[in-house]
Write a protein that binds this ligand. Structure first.
Ligand code: 1QQ
Length: 406
């Protein structure tokens, strides 16, 4: 038997090592591979989806998963990125900051995604987005509506319009339904960045409308018992109550206010903007007003396609969080296509691709289920249409839906 000399063995090991290192570093995401039939094909372009698939926050995150998956199928059926498919890589953020940080790190360094749609909460975005920004990985925030999200860094943009422009619409709608409203009680979750930001907007709107802000009650997103705050507020006889929290806590608060006998209008903020709220407050959800950055009824071609795909799968109208997640994936796909027509994206090293993709995202305009959108230089969404929905529950309280006010 032929025996390799020590020198040949060392040389072979060295060459193998050098090749592995060269291939693993800075690899463009869509390398050419061979399939079993021996044909060469181009591997899919990985886009990261970092949303809450577990924890209480999954009441919101589940809708994002659905929207993103519909986008993956929809755009791949249309040829992906000029013939190259995209592939969504999901990393569960769960509901806290550390979960989002872990998901972002894995997507950036291990999955080598070109960009990230996520996370679910602003509270998580303030912790995880700086990591993507430092790594120069573009992030599209699908549901981060607190003040100062795009300002986290050059690589952070959002497809989720800020509370400052969305939330006041709910107050206008409440005043249209009941022009007699004078006394307003406001509740917010003090351990959540979005809720703190949204309540500032609501409280300012109440003042701007010359209404009387009779009390501000605080709670935690982990609370289940709201008796003392609800009683404090009801003692002041408000005729409007505004809640900034998340779905589980917000739903319980609505329920307990009604059980204590509150009869006036209730506005829920964006954290209550999901039909996953309905099993929490059941019949007591009826009448809750929630401002919307999306309407299923928008007649644009892409929304019609998205709406049909969503309805075929889920047998109900698509919610805002699904539409925004779809839009996040869409912006990545269309920006990749635009970039690819200038420079083939599969020839670019990953770091260059991420940087150029970020520039392309900010430069483009997009026809999405949210309507026509674009970004300002900081990454803030430019969007023009907003809506208000009201929850209508069936008499038995098991089924309900969001009806859009005209
Ligand atoms: C935010 C939000 C969440 C309530 C959406 C899921 O708007 O955290 O900014």
């Amino acid at each position: 038997m032929f025996k390799k000399s020590i020198f040949t063995q060392i040389l072979t090991s060295f060459i193998t090592f050098a090749l592995v290192v060269a291939c693993s570093q800075n690899k463009a995401p869509n390398t050419t591979t061979s399939n079993n039939a021996g044909n060469t094909s181009t591997a899919a372009i990985p886009i990261g989806i970092a949303v809450a698939q577990t924890s209480n926050v999954s009441l919101l995150g589940q809708e994002q998963v659905i929207g993103a998956k519909i986008a993956e199928t929809f755009f791949n059926d249309k040829g992906g990125v000029n013939g190259t498919p995209i592939k969504l890589v999901f990393q569960d953020t769960a509901g806290d900051e550390q979960g989002a940080i872990n998901a972002f790190n894995t997507l950036i360094t291990q999955d080598k995604v070109v960009g990230i749609v996520g996370p679910t909460l602003s509270q998580q975005a303030f912790a995880a987005d700086p990591i993507a920004d430092r790594a120069k990985v573009p992030v599209l925030a699908p549901s981060n509506t607190a003040k100062n999200i795009p300002q986290i860094g050059d690589y952070i943009a959002r497809v989720s319009a800020p509370v400052a422009v969305v939330a006041p619409n709910a107050v206008q709608a409440a005043l249209k339904i009941n022009p007699q409203i004078k006394k307003v009680a406001v509740f917010f979750a003090q351990n959540d960045a979005f809720s703190k930001s949204e309540t500032e907007t609501f409280q300012q709107t109440v003042k701007d409308q010359k209404l009387d802000l009779v009390t501000v009650q605080k709670f935690q997103t982990t609370d289940t018992d709201f008796q003392s705050q609800a009683t404090n507020a009801m003692n002041l006889n408000p005729d409007l109550i505004i809640i900034s929290g998340l779905a589980a806590d917000g739903g319980n608060l609505v329920k307990q206010l009604r059980e204590l006998g509150y009869k006036g209008l209730i506005i829920g903020g964006n954290g209550l903007n999901t039909s996953n709220l309905l099993p929490v407050c059941k019949a007591q959800c009826d009448g809750v007003l929630i401002a919307q950055a999306y309407s299923p009824e928008l007649p644009d071609e892409i929304n019609t396609a998205f709406r049909e795909a969503y309805k075929a799968q889920n047998k109900k109208e698509p919610p805002q969080f699904s539409a925004q997640a779809f839009t996040g994936v869409q912006v990545f796909v269309e920006s990749l296509k635009a970039l690819d027509t200038q420079t083939k994206v599969n020839t670019l090293p990953l770091d260059q691709l991420r940087t150029q993709l970020n520039q392309q995202i900010l430069a483009g305009t997009y026809k999405t289920p949210l309507g026509d959108i674009a970004f300002d230089p900081e990454g803030e969404i430019k969007q023009s249409q907003f809506y208000v929905a009201q929850i209508k529950m069936d008499a038995d309280g098991t089924n309900g839906k969001f009806t859009f006010l005209k």
